[in-house]
Design a binder for this molecule. Structure first.
Ligand SMILES: Nc1ncnc2c1ncn2[C@@H]1O[C@H](COP(=O)(O)OP(=O)(O)OP(=O)(O)O)[C@@H](O)[C@H]1O
Length: 383
């Protein structure tokens, strides 16, 4: 790690602290995520979800993992550096973002989601803190909870931050899919447009209550499977008609409200897929160019806002034409053979316990909301 000069801590999450650093060899500014627990073998690091999923992703709106380094049993992720996260941008704002800004960010994120969902992954912990921004480019980060769609349920571990957690996860369904990311995006979009979290539950039970208050309680018509899930865990939904989303979001366009209400549908099957969302009228005028067929345009200085062809590789690679193509494929190669450096100590260490994101216990059954201690201290518990 002495190749890197640590400049400043920029983030402290449950699993790692993130630093802005400089690669002394080439002067590149990078983000170094230093994991909090120790890793005693190379295999253990390579089986981490964050490594397994991120190394397969090569999309302009997914933060790039450049290197994985294990040194003295400490694991470091070297990532491309981003200036801030969406929560930081929101918390000091008085005036909500314009719809044009929200449209530009969300269009990019839905492209990243369409890409990863089509490749069989879903994120499971979408929240403003995990959406990183540099200028007008936004990228998905923190793949610590990402899952392969093809992985075999039941999914029993604690998943996602409560305010953005889909109802099927709150009701402890052991089978769920990429629709959980779509729910979270509905809540995030609404928060961006109003600067208030849409469902700021103080516990899991309160989270469901907050959802009912906004979209009304589910019934046999809107979500029959949800009623069965509730019955299984002996949970009784409050009977609430709910406000209209349009009332909660008074100054927001009808297109935005329509999209948010379809994303925040009780029934996961009724939520649109990311690829469908890109065609929603809210994104009218935005042009989607799927990554594999993007034109090799001359080097664009930065990610263009929606409405322009998307070719963001050139942002970090200021070459033009053929040279750009060459560099991009180098990056792909590098991702395929992601550089993993491991410097082990000679003294053997006992095997570390497997990384667990948490347990699936719920306060809906009178049990505590088992959130890792660091999460308890976050804004998620502020009502
Ligand atoms: N590539 C990056 N560039 C700049 N800042 C970053 C980068 N990656 C992460 N951060 C910052 O560090 C914070 C924590 O990072 P991350 O979410 O990866 O950690 P974590 O331990 O997995 O967190 P969580 O508690 O959400 O599980 C992020 O919210 C962000 O502000």
């Amino acid at each position: 790690m002495n190749r890197f000069k640590m400049i400043k801590e920029v983030g402290d999450g449950t699993f790692g602290s993130v630093w802005r650093a400089i690669n002394k060899q080439n002067g590149e500014v990078v983000a170094v995520k230093k994991m909090k627990r120790k890793y005693y073998s190379f295999e253990e690091c390579m089986s981490l979800r964050e490594v397994k999923s991120l190394r397969r992703m090569n999309h302009p709106n997914i933060v790039k993992l450049k290197e994985v380094i294990r040194e003295n049993d400490i694991l470091y992720f070297i990532m491309e550096y981003m200036e801030c996260n969406l929560y930081q941008l929101m918390k000091d704002r008085v005036k909500p973002f314009s719809e044009a800004e929200v449209r530009n960010w969300c269009f990019q994120i839905f492209q990243a989601l369409a890409y990863m969902h089509q490749r069989g992954y879903f994120h499971r912990d979408l929240k403003p803190e995990n959406l990183l921004v540099s200028k007008d480019v936004i990228k998905l980060a923190d793949f610590g909870l990402a899952r392969e769609v093809s992985s075999v349920p039941p999914y029993t571990e604690y998943v996602s931050t409560r305010w953005y957690r889909a109802p099927e996860v709150l009701l402890q369904s052991s089978v769920y899919d990429s629709a959980v990311d779509m729910w979270a995006m509905g809540a995030i979009m609404a928060e961006l447009l109003t600067l208030h979290p849409l469902f700021p539950g103080t516990s899991e039970a309160d989270e469901i209550l907050k959802i009912c208050n906004v979209i009304g309680s589910p019934d046999e018509q809107s979500w029959p499977q949800g009623l069965s899930l509730a019955e299984t865990i002996k949970y009784q939904f409050p009977q609430i008609r709910g406000n209209q989303l349009a009332e909660v979001m008074a100054s927001v366009s009808s297109e935005a409200v329509d999209l948010i209400s379809s994303l925040c549908s009780w029934d996961p099957c009724k939520r649109p897929k990311a690829a469908e969302v890109l065609k929603h009228t809210f994104f009218k005028g935005c042009t989607f160019v799927p990554p594999p067929v993007r034109p090799k345009a001359s080097g664009l200085p930065k990610t263009p806002p929606c409405g322009h062809p998307v070719l963001r590789h050139s942002r970090s690679l200021p070459e033009t034409g053929r040279a750009t193509v060459h560099k991009v494929s180098n990056i792909t190669d590098r991702l395929d053979n992601l550089s993993v450096t491991s410097r082990t100590r000679t003294t053997p260490k006992p095997p570390a316990p497997l990384l667990k994101a948490g347990l699936g216990k719920s306060d809906l059954l009178g049990k505590s909301d088992e959130i890792p201690p660091a999460k308890r201290l976050t804004r998620k518990l502020v009502s």
